[in-house]
Design a protein around this ligand. Sequence first.
Ligand SMILES: Cc1cc2nc3c(=O)[nH]c(=O)nc-3n(C[C@H](O)[C@H](O)[C@H](O)COP(=O)(O)OP(=O)(O)OC[C@H]3O[C@@H](n4cnc5c(N)ncnc54)[C@H](O)[C@@H]3O)c2cc1C
Length: 257
Amino acid sequence: MTFGNILRSDLTKTKTILDERYLGFTYEATDFTPAQEYNYIIVGGGTAGCPLAATLSENYSVLLLERGGVASSDPNVLNESNIVGNILNAKDKGTPAQPFISEEGIPNNRGNVLGGSSMINFGFYSRADDYFYMKSGIELDTVNVEKAYKWVEDGVVSIPDPLNTWQNSTLQALLESGVGPANGFTVEHLQGSKIGGSTFDGSGRRHGAVELLNRAHPGNLKVVVHATVDRIIFSSGVVRQLELFIMIQKGFLMKST
Ligand SMILES: Cc1cc2nc3c(=O)[nH]c(=O)nc-3n(C[C@H](O)[C@H](O)[C@H](O)COP(=O)(O)OP(=O)(O)OC[C@H]3O[C@@H](n4cnc5c(N)ncnc54)[C@H](O)[C@@H]3O)c2cc1C
């Protein structure tokens, strides 16, 4: 059965094994001595930061700094059944989810953990709308975009099959209220109702963006947790040279050129 332009069977290879190879190059800030230079320093090991670090590390030295910790053993993060409790128990510090109020005054939550908000979210996965590409004004290389989608989908996306009670009742409610057509399974962004991908596997275990770090070149990437970036000082005194100083919570100073 086709699934957008992906074979459904590609995504049903269930990702039940939690892959934690990234722990081999992940350090606590208090135990880490940084190198003098990195080609790239990424602030925030979240949904975007983890895959960015992994792909850059194929050719460059990369330091990834994340203010939160590692949630590998936290059942509130890993188990689909704990999604809501995790949000309800969110505190300003020390919990994977952190409550905040948006600039518009709306209470919300965000990730404060390696993997970022992909470790606390509802796991629904869909490719972007064509309109998004048109509006971006960027001429994207569609072949590479397709490759990037597949890279993510191979790593962390499964098909929810069978749907759980909540998913099924939401789908039925949408269909009954006339949100059609019913598109079945697809990762494409289509008008109507659909069953999209999920970062929860068949046994209800989350596969957040943190697992995309496993695709990194391990010799080129250092991930440091409990490392909050306070300020970044740019100095452009020398042509093609960028000096970047980052103060992390332990208080030492790093330099990247
Ligand atoms: C409850 C909830 C449910 C959601 N459900 C879905 C869903 O089902 N499907 C979907 O597509 N989207 C969902 N989203 C939205 C989606 O999760 C986010 O849009 C996405 O994860 C944001 O990715 P990001 O990389 O921009 O930020 P994040 O993933 O939040 O990453 C930012 C990272 O930066 C770190 N950081 C921040 N400041 C610093 C600093 N000064 N120093 C060091 N590190 C720092 C943070 O700790 C965090 O890890 C949901 C969001 C929430 C809150």
